[in-house]
Design a protein around this ligand. Structure first.
Ligand SMILES: O=C(O)C(=O)C[C@]1(C(=O)O)C=C[C@@H](O)C=C1
Length: 98
């Protein structure tokens, strides 16, 4: 193995270690988010509120797009990601209502 290849392997290992830590943060963050949305789902079911709130979602998307730009993240990706999570949350909310 040349020094250049060894150095590349070390850099790759370092990046992967950071990626693993960040993936753990994402998983724990999502776990916490879903705990709150489960509580919101129960609250909505108890008070006959609809599972989705389009006005709230529009505000969240607008905020996330601004945050994504600040964070050098593709705003379209951020929007798709939030919509994906919210769609899952709405399914959970619907289960509370049945
Ligand atoms: O804030 C709410 O009312 C929620 O039910 C939570 C949530 C979300 O996951 O952020 C999910 C569904 C709604 O349409 C809006 C937001």
């Amino acid at each position: 193995m040349t020094d250049t290849v060894k150095r590349a392997a070390e850099l790759l290992k370092g990046h992967r270690a950071s990626i693993d830590r960040l993936d753990a943060i994402l998983v724990y963050t999502l776990g916490e988010r879903f705990k709150h949305t489960q509580a919101v789902g129960k609250l909505k079911a108890e008070h006959d509120l609809p599972p989705s709130d389009p006005a709230r979602e529009a505000a969240q998307i607008a905020r996330l797009e601004d945050l994504a730009k600040e964070a050098d993240l593709d705003p379209e990706f951020a929007k798709k990601f939030l919509n994906f999570i919210i769609a899952e949350v709405i399914q959970h909310h619907k289960q509370h209502q049945t």
